[in-house]
Design a protein around this ligand. Structure first.
Ligand code: FAD
Length: 647
């Protein structure tokens, strides 16, 4: 497998301008001759589909939701970064670029990070033009707040519902194109496979959730913007249906999977209250602007928070990281919280949470100030926990949240399958081994609004292949593979006589829960070789159990949410094995990938720049075969790789 990142030459500041100059254009009339398929209606997919349609391409957008507005981006809370320096606190494109490279622990491409910082300002302009109601200062200028891993305030926000407002803006632009007849919107479709013709991506196979009918949809280019795979851990802050199927099936068809073990555990989530709980809830990182993280200084102190005097509290992030304090990046904050809890200082049931306390800010600025910034988050917290966080500290704990890994893409966002582009959280760029808060929305919109519209168009200019119809042999073959997979699920079990169910005695949920326990234990905040090896064997055994013991209610046709879950879980099981292999192979600690064997005397991640300053890209090698690991070297000409120091 050849990994050519297609990086532009010349000065990094001019690289993107230069690339756009080089990309061939298509005349407006000819654009109508091209069909583009977009999978996903989140910020990345909706904005790409709307922009490509505005350019004149014929676009089909697929989502498994009943409305594009339900895409997971709607849940994003805290904000979106942009280097506008509205606060006059020293921000610049250069600083956002360097913060991103450093935040990712020097495991991302410089050129991509620089482009992201460059585009960030234009994203805000575009969103404002679409009517996104960002918070404003009294004088009318857009307000900014601080997020982890940065010493400047560059995060634009709309209370604690920034994703919702941004997505509504993007979806309005999309629906305008639907109304104009340039976008065909297909909802309630599960994309289950990629169709390639002579090695080029030409379509997807999807299942209509209502009827169960399989469809082969074709185009001249396919864009996957299907989000992240944190639900491999079963419970995460992601929506319950978020999944890896579109990217995993593309991987099996030849798309390299990059850095699968780079996953982010977010430090501020509501701790799990019950093993049967289906998901976890994020409390936005923005809260750490005004909330102070602390624990009782004495291990095992069971007094309520209010009864612990100031002198007996340990504001451990402020103590350990005086420069960044509570605003250290997520990987650092999560690791420290877990460590303190394991040492017996944790509070709440099982000692599995830390306090996030707003008392100081409330007494300094008043309750109304906090309410105006985070009112909906406090209301959400109270609804879930029954506790009033204006009166007593929140209890929070780290939870799986974001996946930096994803399909490998070159600078043009094209995967190793020609014609297959990957956008947003589904690809592996540009966050390296740790994403900074508020940078995912920025990346998704950079991909969808600006990068893909230029590069997809540039690629299509040279590739006006003949149309592929749904009766093409490649479409029929891919559809047959999906049908066989559906028919085979749960059919080799011993049967437990469960009425109209087929297969064995284990529900999809129980298998998924078990997978999550294995993965969070071995491949979560902290990892070591022995644990990873043991987990790999357990995941492989669980895969066998899934094949033999899955209980699957009938029918296979028509609406069947259990069948949908089973198809997703089968992919998660295979992806989990790849994540474990990736974590094992990367014999260093970097960002969120913390290998206990590789840490400094003060417990910080110890990178190995001699042997691992690269992107790992895995090639599928067939069922039952070991995947192949390739690497793309990373070169730093502007940022000097150094040990991250937030102290
Ligand atoms: C609770 C929460 C809060 C967050 N807050 C912030 C924040 O404040 N700032 C920030 O920068 N980031 C935040 N993030 C991260 C950010 O929201 C996501 O990374 C980003 O929204 C992902 O956008 P996307 O367009 O790539 O994918 P998504 O928004 O996840 O959209 C995926 C789309 O793909 C479709 N899809 C997926 N698989 C299939 C399939 N097989 N078939 C058909 N359709 C499919 C889905 O239906 C959906 O339309 C947050 C994340 C969470 C979980």
């Amino acid at each position: 497998m050849k990994l050519d990142p297609q990086l532009p030459g010349g000065a990094i500041q001019d690289a993107w301008t230069q690339r756009r100059r080089e990309l061939p254009l298509i005349s407006p009339i000819n654009k109508r001759r091209f069909k583009v398929l977009v999978v996903g209606s989140g910020l990345a997919g909706a904005s790409a589909a709307a922009t490509l349609a505005e350019q004149g391409f014929r676009v089909t957008l697929l989502t498994y939701h009943d409305s594009p507005r339900r895409a997971h981006s709607v849940a994003a809370q805290g904000g979106i970064n942009a280097a506008r320096n509205y606060q006059n606190d020293g921000d610049s494109i250069e600083r956002l670029f360097l913060d991103t490279v450093k935040g990712g622990d020097f495991r991302a491409r410089e050129a991509g990070c620089h482009r992201l910082a460059e585009i960030s300002g234009a994203i805000i302009d575009q969103c404002v033009a679409q009517g996104v109601p960002f918070a404003r200062e009294y004088g009318g200028t857009l307000a900014n707040r601080n997020f982890g891993g940065a010493l400047v305030s560059r995060t634009f926000y709309a209370r604690g519902q920034t994703g919702q407002q941004l997505l509504y803006g993007a979806v309005q632009a999309l629906l305008r194109q639907v109304d104009a007849g340039r976008v065909e919107l297909l909802t309630q479709r599960d994309v289950l496979d990629l169709i390639t013709v002579e090695g080029v991506a030409r379509g997807v196979v999807c299942r209509q959730q209502g009827s169960g009918r399989l469809e082969a949809l074709t185009a001249h280019a396919v864009l996957l913007a299907s989000g992240g795979y944190s639900n491999v851990f079963h419970r995460s802050t992601n929506a319950v249906k978020s999944n890896a199927s579109a990217i995993w099936r593309a991987h099996r068809r030849g798309a390299a999977f990059a850095n699968p073990c780079f996953t982010q555990i977010h430090p501020t989530c509501i701790p799990s209250g019950d093993p049967g709980q289906s998901k976890l809830t994020l409390m936005s990182e923005s809260l750490r602007n005004d909330g102070r993280v602390w624990l009782p200084a004495q291990a095992g102190d069971a007094r309520p928070a209010a009864a612990i005097p100031e002198a007996e509290r340990d504001y451990f992030l402020e103590r350990q990281y005086p420069t960044y304090g509570n605003m250290v990046p997520r990987d650092v904050a999560s690791r420290r919280a877990r460590e303190r809890c394991l040492e017996g200082h944790g509070v709440g049931p099982g000692g599995r949470s830390v306090y996030l306390d707003f008392t100081d800010t409330i007494s300094r600025e008043g309750r109304a100030a906090i309410e105006s910034r985070y009112g909906n988050l406090f209301a959400m917290y109270e609804r879930i926990t029954g506790s009033d966080a204006y009166a007593e500290p929140m209890r929070i704990y780290p939870a799986p949240h974001y996946t930096m890994g994803g399909l490998w893409v070159d600078y043009n966002l094209m995967s190793t399958v020609p014609g297959l582009f990957v956008l947003g959280e589904a690809n592996f760029s540009e966050h390296g081994a740790n994403r900074l808060g508020a940078s995912a929305l920025m990346q998704g919109l950079a991909d969808g609004l600006f990068i893909a519209p230029a590069t997809v168009s540039g690629w299509l200019a040279g590739h006006l292949h003949a149309e592929v119809n749904s009766d093409h042999p490649a479409c029929q073959a891919a559809t047959a593979v999906v049908q066989a997979r559906i028919d085979g699920l749960g059919s080799s079990g011993l049967g437990s006589g469960f009425g109209s169910s087929s297969g064995g005695g284990r529900s999809c949920d129980s298998l998924h829960r078990q997978l999550g326990e294995i993965m969070i234990g071995a491949c979560g905040i902290s990892r070591h070789a022995e644990g990873l090896r043991a987990a790999l064997a357990q995941v492989q055994a669980l895969e066998q159990e899934f094949a033999q013991e899955l209980r699957l209610p009938e029918p296979r046709v028509g609406r069947n949410p259990e069948l949908e879950k089973a198809l997703r879980l089968e992919d998660f099981l295979q992806l989990a094995a790849l994540m474990l292999r990736d974590a094992l192979a990367r014999e260093e600690s970097c960002g969120a990938h913390f290998r206990e064997e590789h840490q400094s005397a003060d417990g910080e991640a110890l990178r190995d720049d001699v042997n691992f300053c690269h992107i790992a890209a895995w090639q599928w090698n067939g069922d039952g075969q070991e995947p192949l690991r390739h690497s793309e070297p990373l070169h730093y000409r502007h940022a000097t790789p150094s040990r991250r120091n937030y102290r």
